[in-house]
Structure formats: C-alpha cells, structure tokens
Write a protein that binds this ligand. Structure first.
Ligand code: GLU
Length: 308
C-alpha cells in the first residue's frame, strides 16, 4: 500500500444466521482499525451459497450494525455488494485461471460442498490428495457422462510468505496445507477463496481484518492475487472468541447471538465487554465504538484466543 493511500477495510459477513458476539467483535475491530486511520469501511454480504444464505439475515445484519453504532461508508445489502449478484465477475477471473492451464475438473464426490464457505478451522477441510489432477482427456470425457465436475486450482510445491499485521511473518506451503483447492463447485457456484479475492481487489480493499481461523486461507488467496495480477491487501488476523471448551463461537450458540443479547443488554454494554476483552479498556464498562477510536492500537490486542 502506498503511504498516501486511504485505508479501505471491510466487513464481509455471510447471511446464514443472526450475528453473534464473535461476529460483532470482528466487525468492531475492523471498524476501529479502519476508522482510527480515517479510512472507509465497506460492508459486503457474502451470500455465495444460495442454499445457506437468507435475505432476511442480510437485512438483520444491517439493523444490528446500526444498533451497535458501527455505520459503514459504502456497500451493505445492496446489489453490487452482494456476492450473489457478482457471478459474472467471478466467471471472468475463473477464465483467466483456466487460460493459464491451472484449473482442472475434479469428480471426487462431495469434494466441493464446503467450498462456498470460508473454511473456518473447525470445518476441517483437509488436504486434497490430487486424485483428479492427472486424468487423461479420455478419462475426463468418460467421467463427464456420469457427473458434473467441480474445478480445482493446481497449487505449487512452494511456500507463500506474507507479513500479518498482527501475527507477523508467515510462511505456508500450499501443497502441504490444503493441496489443489476448489475454485468452482459442480453446481456452478464459485468458491469463497476466489470470490473473496475478486471482491476485495475490485472494491479496492487494502486492509483485511478477520479472525485467525482464516489465517490459513490467506496463502491461498495471496496465490490467487498473484496469478490474477491483483494487488494484495495488508492482512490483520484477530484472536478468536472461544467457548470454555476452546471452540470458536458460532451461530449455533443461540445465547450469544444478537437476538438474545439485544433483549437484555444495551449496545454500549456489548461493545464495552468486547473492548475489554480486546484490552482496549481496563474495565468492562459501557462505551460507544466512536469513543474507542482514540484508544485503538494493534499493540494492545492480545494474540491468544479469548475465552468468553
Ligand atoms: N464471509 C466470511 C465469514 O463470514 C468472511 C470471510 C472474510 O472475512 O474473508 O466467515
């Protein structure tokens, strides 16, 4: 990023349920990181997967963010910022990968089911063994008569290095970490990894703040940025909010979703608790997001996951 460039950050929720405390924490810290530097905060609705996404949740996300005092500068639940309306763009970049000879059809069963979702660590995507990488044209033609393939991107046996703004120097070998990964599902839905890169690049996002469970997706995304000739943003990963058993909070934990929390607590109480957990304030007391702006500093944010 050039020193004079305005910071452009984003919050990219999937409308697959009501926002929970963990989502609010990611939204708050990405908002603070951008706004403390006078930047623009973009809201993008990641409704790639038609089966799991619901329009009502997208509306609810907007309502919850307004209630919390986290206004966005651009985007929201509006056509150009909803992934479901951006398929043509993903198709264009998919073709660029195909033209480089880096994409191949994969007929492995259930290979692609999770591909439209961000692969949070608990989803356990595993390493693809490369089963379909070396099929001959005849094999492919024969298999096509049986089923429609998903498409995978070939990854090299080399380490992708980057500097995370919070966790420091990272180096990951894609073949060891995930293997060739799905960029388009058999039903034509483009994968999260491709869509997020295309969107962040076309929306001129230069700062990505998100949970550290996506730290292992970042090398896949950097590889895509390079292949597509797009500019890589600065990444900052956050410690996760976890339950006492060490699991990341998820939308299944109903007691921590905003539907429940809003019944009993004010927005400032929720923000105060999260700011306290993020070590931005010394006492757990109500505070508004804008009052945290002068207190925000990445140096204060812990690295260990946080039990709530
Ligand atoms: N839509 C993803 C999620 O809700 C976020 C992906 C990202 O921030 O890159 O988990």
């Amino acid at each position: 990023m050039k020193p004079t460039e305005q910071i452009r950050g984003r919050f990219a929720p999937s409308p697959t349920g009501r926002m929970h405390l963990g989502n609010v924490y990611t939204a708050l810290l990405s908002w603070l990181s951008v706004k403390a530097q006078g930047g623009a905060w973009i809201l993008r609705i990641e409704d790639l997967d038609p089966q799991r996404s619901k329009a009502a949740y997208a509306e609810q996300i907007e309502d919850d963010l307004r209630w919390l005092g986290l206004p966005w500068d651009e985007g929201g639940n509006t056509p150009d910022y909803r992934q479901s309306t951006r398929t043509e763009l993903y198709a264009h970049y998919f073709r660029l990968l195909e033209q480089q000879g880096l994409v191949y059809p994969c007929f492995c069963r259930r290979a692609d089911i999770l591909a439209a979702q961000a692969p949070h660590v608990s989803d356990n995507h595993g390493v693809y063994a490369g089963t379909c990488r070396h099929l001959t044209p005849d094999d492919i033609a024969q298999k096509r008569t049986q089923r429609t393939p998903s498409y995978r991107l070939k990854v090299p046996n080399q380490s992708i290095k980057f500097d995370d703004g919070h966790y420091g120097a990272q180096s990951h070998n894609l073949q060891h970490m995930c293997g060739d990964f799905v960029v388009r599902r058999a039903d034509g839905v483009f994968a999260y990894q491709l869509a997020v890169v295309v969107d962040d690049a076309l929306m001129h996002i230069n700062q990505v703040v998100r949970g550290n469970d996506l730290l292992t997706s970042t090398p896949q995304q950097i590889y895509l940025y390079r292949l597509l000739g797009l500019e890589v943003p600065q990444f900052y990963h956050l410690p996760l909010l976890c339950s006492a058993s060490g699991e990341r909070l998820c939308k299944r934990d109903k007691s921590l979703d905003l539907g429940e929390l809003r019944k009993h607590r004010s927005a400032e109480e929720i923000i105060g608790e999260l700011a306290f957990l993020a070590h931005l304030i010394d006492k757990n007391e109500p505070i508004a997001p804008r009052e945290l702006l002068p207190l925000f500093d990445w140096q204060k944010i812990p690295h260990q996951n946080i039990i709530v």
